[in-house]
Design a protein around this ligand. Structure first.
Ligand code: ATP
Ligand code: MG
Length: 593
């Protein structure tokens, strides 16, 4: 599993379909085949089924882009269905955020917004039908007894004492369960399939449990709740979904998915053609964690500043970080869709964001760590405009004026008192071009009381102004950016880096340890917290060019030589400039650090 990919999509091994297409689009191939065969009469209906118990993460983005994308490519529809079967953990706050994130990624479900809880009544009717058919029974064993008779991966299970309970007795108990006569855990409803099946999912799976809990949508109407495996396939079938696309961990659940809806179709309860489940590899991304449980922990225990902390791999955080929906779609296209698990390097996502932003982010100047520079032969009472393009390759984005004056600021590390060989920036006696302005020569510097360099002195050559005739005649190697001290606007610059300092936080990664109905969520490796990158957030008091003071929240820029930045949605407003770094200009993590 710990094989990481940087760019090319991983190819799947030969598959159960003889004409298996390349991994990057095997789902496209399956749909094309169904379209050609007329399996669904030309309909393509997919769905994205989040559980409203947390915020969406980058893995969900892959699933959203896939499901909505496949529907769109086939003039079909994609449903947004909240899989709200666990009243204890779910809420409307999450539903709202999930819907917003799907919209943000650029997708719309139209009128097809559903809830699993919309189907509680019909799910329950079907449960009574299963009981009447002797295909389900109420089991009154304790959870321990049920575990003991369930068998293991290598041993078959055994029938429990209630397996042959009469339908009449089961029906009576089921109705009393629903009526609230029993405490949590007293009974469960199980399908009657095969206790000896090699597939544990078919060993009489539980489909209803008693849970005296209020649900955010159905209130106290129910005290029994259906489980995921039962709810999901029926919801798909009721919505006439054609292609039910999910992650690989559900592969072993597919026989149960099919068993349930086949029986109901045979019984005339569901219409054919039935949906089919297809599995793809979940997204595993290095230097982060994509597990709701861990994301909840990071927020709850204050390791980050909330769900939308720009370091989080959530979509609300991505937006605040300045990541773009287009960048996510580019990323999804580049990584493709495989049928076996692999890891994707975070650099692949960052590169997608860089490539998208490079094409469209206007260029601006920011000085992160200002050092004063005085041009001694420039008149104190003068200032002039320098002309800078908003984008080096896209003249249609226009140009802007940068005020130039005697007193400027440059980056502190663009000056060195005793430079090493190959340092082409400012040093005593050295010449550089002030980008979009003049060539200057360093004539000296001053220190402050602590011995730190406080002011750099230069002289400029008036014949070298960028853009004027003959200005480029004299060549210099160094090219540094600057701002006029009197015009620059103070700004808070937040530099974000990867949340974890190692590719596989907690060493084992966390793929595959999620289970919808797992109650005993043991922490598989709390040590992932030890791998948090302590330098993942740095806040600098810098200066930005005057035009940025008027930026609205959420505007994206390239700050030349520093990376892509976005004005912060919450904290940036007139009178306070706050910019978050989305991503640096180059991948600094691919080099040894
Ligand atoms: P987690 O595993 O992080 O707790 P989840 O799978 O329980 O998340 P759901 O709300 O059930 O979260 O997920 C909704 C959909 O998103 C499901 O179809 C699921 O398969 C898909 N999904 C979840 N995680 C990933 C991932 N890492 N890569 C691709 N798809 C994912
Ligand atoms: Mg899940």
């Amino acid at each position: 599993m710990n094989k990481t990919m940087r760019a090319a999509p991983q190819q799947s091994s030969a598959e159960d379909r003889p004409d298996a297409a390349p991994a990057s689009n095997f789902l496209r191939a399956i749909i094309a085949e169904d379209q050609a065969l007329g399996t669904y009469g030309g309909r393509v209906v997919t769905r994205f089924p989040p559980e409203p118990n947390g915020y969406l993460h980058f893995g969900h983005a892959k699933s959203i882009i896939l499901n909505f994308g496949l529907a769109a490519e086939n003039a079909g529809t994609c449903h947004l269905r909240f899989d709200d079967t666990n009243p204890l953990k779910e809420g409307v706050e999450f539903e709202q955020a999930i819907a917003e994130s799907v919209h943000w990624l650029g997708f719309d479900w139209g009128p097809h917004r559903y809830h699993a809880s919309d189907y509680y009544e019909v799910l329950y009717d079907f449960a009574e039908w299963f009981v009447a058919q002797r295909l389900a029974y109420v089991d009154s064993q304790t959870p321990e007894e049920m575990r003991a008779t369930r068998g293991t991966l290598t041993e078959p299970g055994r029938p429990g004492p209630w397996r042959d309970r009469s339908p009449a007795e089961s029906l009576d108990l089921l109705r009393r369960m629903r009526a609230g006569e029993f405490p949590d855990g007293a009974h469960v409803l199980r399908l009657r399939i095969d206790m000896a099946s090699p597939n544990i999912n078919l060993r009489d799976p539980t489909i209803y449990r008693i849970r005296h809990a209020s649900h955010h949508r159905t209130g106290d109407r129910w005290c029994i709740y259906p489980l995921y495996d039962y709810t999901h396939c029926i919801s798909d079938a009721l919505e006439r979904v054609t292609h039910s696309i999910c992650t690989l961990e559900f592969q072993d659940h597919r026989p149960l998915y099919d068993w349930i809806i086949e029986r109901l179709a045979e019984g005339g309860k569901l219409e054919r053609p039935l949906p089919h489940q297809h599995e793809f590899a979940r997204l595993n991304l290095t230097y982060t964690v994509l597990s709701k449980r861990r994301l909840i922990e990071l927020v709850r225990d204050g390791h980050v500043d909330g769900w939308d902390d720009p370091r989080m791999p959530t979509l609300v955080a991505a937006k605040r970080r300045g990541f773009t929906p287009e960048g996510f779609r580019l990323f999804a296209e580049r990584i493709g869709v495989a049928r076996s698990d692999s890891w994707i390097d975070m650099g692949v996502l960052e590169d997608a964001m860089r490539d998208d932003l490079n094409a469209r982010a206007p260029r601006r100047i920011a000085v992160l760590d200002p050092l004063k520079l005085v041009i001694d032969n420039y008149p104190a009472d003068r200032s002039e405009d320098c002309d800078a393009p908003n984008h080096p390759q896209r003249p249609e984005l226009g140009r802007r004026a940068l005020p130039f004056a005697r007193e400027l600021v440059i980056e502190r590390d663009d000056f060195m008192e005793t430079p090493p060989r190959g340092y082409f920036r400012l040093a005593p006696g050295a010449e550089v071009r002030l980008r979009y302005a003049y060539i200057v020569r360093c004539t000296g510097f001053e220190r402050d009381a602590d011995g730190r360099v406080a002011v750099v002195h230069c002289e400029y050559d008036p014949a070298t102004k960028s853009g004027t005739p003959g200005a480029e005649a004299r060549k210099v190697k160094g090219n540094v950016h600057w701002l006029a001290a009197a015009h620059a606007v103070p700004a808070e610059l937040r530099l974000y880096d990867r949340l974890f300092s190692v590719p596989f936080p907690g060493a084992q990664g966390d793929a595959g340890d999620e289970d919808h109905d797992r109650e005993d969520e043991q922490d598989a490796g709390a040590s992932y917290l030890d791998d948090l990158n302590r330098a993942s957030k740095r806040v600098l008091a810098g200066l930005v060019e005057p035009s940025l003071a008027g930026a609205a929240g959420g505007e994206r820029f390239q700050f030349e030589r520093h990376g892509y930045f976005v004005s912060d949605f919450h904290d940036h407003f007139p009178g306070r400039a706050v910019f978050n770094r989305t991503v640096s200009l180059r991948d600094s993590w691919s080099r040894p650090r």
